[in-house]
Design a protein around this ligand. Structure first.
Ligand code: FUB
Ligand code: ZN
Length: 662
């Protein structure tokens, strides 16, 4: 029987009029959204096109085959008293609905740069199915509408109605992904069809969880976070304050409600008292992203201080060199401080994606480039390692070593075409087309360039518009040509160009104070002081101010002005803090933003174990793995070949290593 206590706090804080819930702040920095950015990039554009041209259709087909679409129809038939073709829920997870939402989200973003009327119409037809499966009062989780007594898997308890066992029912996770997807679809297409479904559901949640909670048995905290950021997205579109208030309400009440899953889903302490990243890693980073939103929108120091501490703990003690998050398969969870095994690393694709969402918010809260240094590490390594070059095979965990035997990937030691729990493939679909949102940002007087990606953009700034373009062969080459293609208005602006951590001989992690005091998780082992960058404006080298990790160029810009950034692209060796047992006495290899690895297929005689200093050379191989810079390493008279980590396991099963013995 369900036992619960009705916390006094819950009753006394549940009013929408409470001044504790009035928004008092905002992000000081705004992202430039992808509608203003046209990608021309040789690295990212093909990846986005692969998602558009292959992965989306492939994943929709999987969802059809496995009943995820049919579940909406079955739910709708049951609601309308019709006899459904399949009277039971299909699929294996209580969050199968979210795969459909996530594909729509990525597909909607993809339509901005690659209009596709057929895909647009197909999305509308899927959205019509979703609407059909929604109950009249807005409720939407198909398994519970279809057959509440028989959840699709045995780890969800039944025995109750809606909102029962919120710790594992995933009803609020389903809602959160729905809101994120509906907001993206609205932003990308201007259509309200999906948004209206989401708003109807959100209004139900406000009613149930804030206005009348005492009448229900649903006092558990959301089991898997994402509802918090989803609600905020709806608030940002509609201005309806109750959505923001409910988001804060869910966060404020974590750990105060019963039953409680403790640290597994970050319910062990009030969120503002948390200072160590723990538990299920995807849940954790989604939570921290939501907390960062609250820190910004409420200008809340307790939230701000908590996310700062959590970020420092993660990046100084619990993050893989690839940006991967989560050491343990057991519980899909963060491990203890410095617990970062390579062979058995979990580093779920979803948690690296969630890490990017969080890092971007931390940047927008603070204006500090080191969040983007870490974001870039995740993006070029632990995120895109999750998808094959073909676009139809995936990693769920992303280990940093493979012995060719240990089946780390849901029963396989290479990529798989799909999973019963397909959160990672659909998160990649959702996220990769979103990447153009991350390139630029603005505040009152600045334009930030955070990612180096060929593109043309038109950006609203304080007193006009700036047309800007980037031309680059990054990450293979460090030269970035930036041009001001249009300047309307006065043109007075600080152009803030991120100088990556590795171009300044350091690896970002934690806050700058921690680094000054000598704390580090990773650092360069080769201490190459000659490794520096240059910047020129209209052909003249400039030296200037680097503030918060940005090279700041303040002037009155004119159409035709050109800025060239030249980043050093030496091959670097990296060592980990000795407290990371699995990396002790080992080094890893990086070049620019890319972490490299060795695969057995390139090194059939084995990987290096040596004492001599390695010598590296770099060669562009246009035909290998869709075109990569290969690193040749000469060590102790032997030659080895390294490839970018993200590209491993595209040539069958075999051994792989990121960290080599010295
Ligand atoms: O619970 C929903 C998703 O399934 C999680 O985010 C993943 O870790 C997987 O467990
Ligand atoms: Zn996942």
């Amino acid at each position: 029987m369900l036992k619960f206590t009705l916390p006094a706090l819950f009753l006394c804080t549940c009013t929408v009029a409470s001044s504790a819930y009035a928004q008092t702040g905002s992000y000081p920095i705004k992202a430039v959204d992808l509608r203003h950015v046209e990608l021309t990039d040789h690295f990212w554009l093909p990846k986005i096109e692969t998602i558009q041209n292959k992965t989306i259709a492939y994943a929709f087909r999987k969802c059809e085959e496995e009943g995820r679409m049919e579940n909406f129809v079955t739910a709708g038939d049951i609601i309308r008293g019709k006899t459904p073709r399949t009277p039971h829920v299909r699929g294996k997870m209580p969050f199968d609905d979210t795969d459909v939402y996530k594909i729509i989200e990525g597909a909607a973003y993809s339509l901005v740069n690659a209009p596709n009327p057929k895909l647009d119409a197909y999305l509308d037809s899927v959205i019509a199915l979703i609407a059909y499966g929604q109950e009249p009062d807005g409720y939407l989780t198909t398994w519970r509408t279809i057959d509440p007594k028989n959840p699709p898997c045995n780890w969800v308890r039944h025995g109750g109605g809606r909102w029962f066992d919120l710790g594992s029912s995933h009803e609020l996770y389903n809602a959160g992904h729905m809101y994120e997807a509906a907001a993206a679809h609205y932003q990308a297409t201007g259509k309200r069809n999906f948004l209206d479904i989401a708003l109807k559901n959100a209004d139900l949640l406000v009613n149930v969880f804030m206005l009348h909670p005492q009448g229900n048995l649903h006092l558990e905290s959301p089991g898997h976070e994402i509802i918090e950021t989803g609600l905020i997205k709806l608030y940002q579109i509609t201005g309806k304050k109750e959505y923001l208030q409910l988001s804060k309400h869910f966060l404020d009440n974590r750990s105060k409600l019963q039953p409680n899953n403790g640290a597994y889903n970050q319910n062990h302490r009030p969120v503002t008292e948390q200072d160590e990243v723990v538990g299920h890693a995807v849940r954790a980073v989604y939570l921290y992203a939501g907390m960062t939103d609250i820190a910004a929108l409420y200008n809340d120091d307790a939230y701000r201080s908590a996310v700062n501490k959590l970020w420092d703990n993660m990046t100084l003690k619990k993050m893989y060199i690839t940006g991967g998050l989560g050491a343990r398969h057991d519980g899909e969870a963060f491990g203890d401080n410095y617990e970062l095994p390579n062979l058995t690393a979990y580093a779920e694709t979803c948690s690296a994606i969630g890490g990017v969402y969080w890092a971007d918010r931390m940047f927008r809260l603070t204006g500090r480039a080191d969040y983007f240094d870490t974001l870039e590490r995740m993006l070029y390594n632990g995120v895109i390692s999750g998808i094959s070059l073909s676009g139809t095979e995936f990693f769920y965990p992303n280990p940093l070593e493979s012995d060719g035997v240990y089946k780390f990937n849901q029963g396989a030691c290479t990529r798989k075409s799909w999973f019963d729990c397909s959160c990672c493939p659909t998160n990649l679909i959702r996220f990769i087309p979103y990447i153009p949102n991350l390139i630029y940002a603005t505040d009152k007087s600045s334009l930030y360039i955070n990612l180096f990606v060929s593109n043309k953009a038109e950006i609203d700034v304080a007193d006009g518009k700036i047309g800007i373009s980037q031309q680059t062969n990054y990450p293979w080459n460090g030269k970035i040509d930036i041009a001001l293609t249009e300047v309307t208005g006065a043109g007075k602006l600080s152009l803030k160009i991120r100088i990556p951590d590795w171009a300044e001989n350091r690896i970002a992690g934690g806050d700058l104070m921690s680094q000054a005091s000598g704390a580090y998780l990773y650092r360069f082992a080769d201490d190459d002081a000659s490794n520096s960058y240059t910047i020129s404006v209209n052909g003249k080298k400039v030296s200037g101010l680097v503030k918060n990790g940005y090279f700041v160029l303040t002037r009155t810009w004119k159409k035709g002005d050109k800025v060239t950034l030249d980043l050093p692209m030496q091959v670097r060796t990296v060592e980990a803090n000795p407290a990371v047992k699995d990396d002790a006495g080992k080094y890893a290899v990086e070049r620019g933003p890319l972490v490299y690895c060795m695969e057995e297929v390139d090194n059939p005689k084995g990987f290096p174990a040596h004492t001599a200093t390695p010598a590296f050379s770099v060669k562009w191989q246009p035909k290998l793995l869709n075109g990569i810079n290969v690193i040749q390493e000469k060590t102790g008279g032997k030659n080895y070949r390294l490839i970018p980590y993200y590209a491993w396991s595209n040539r069958g099963v075999g051994k792989m290593k990121v960290w080599y013995e010295e």
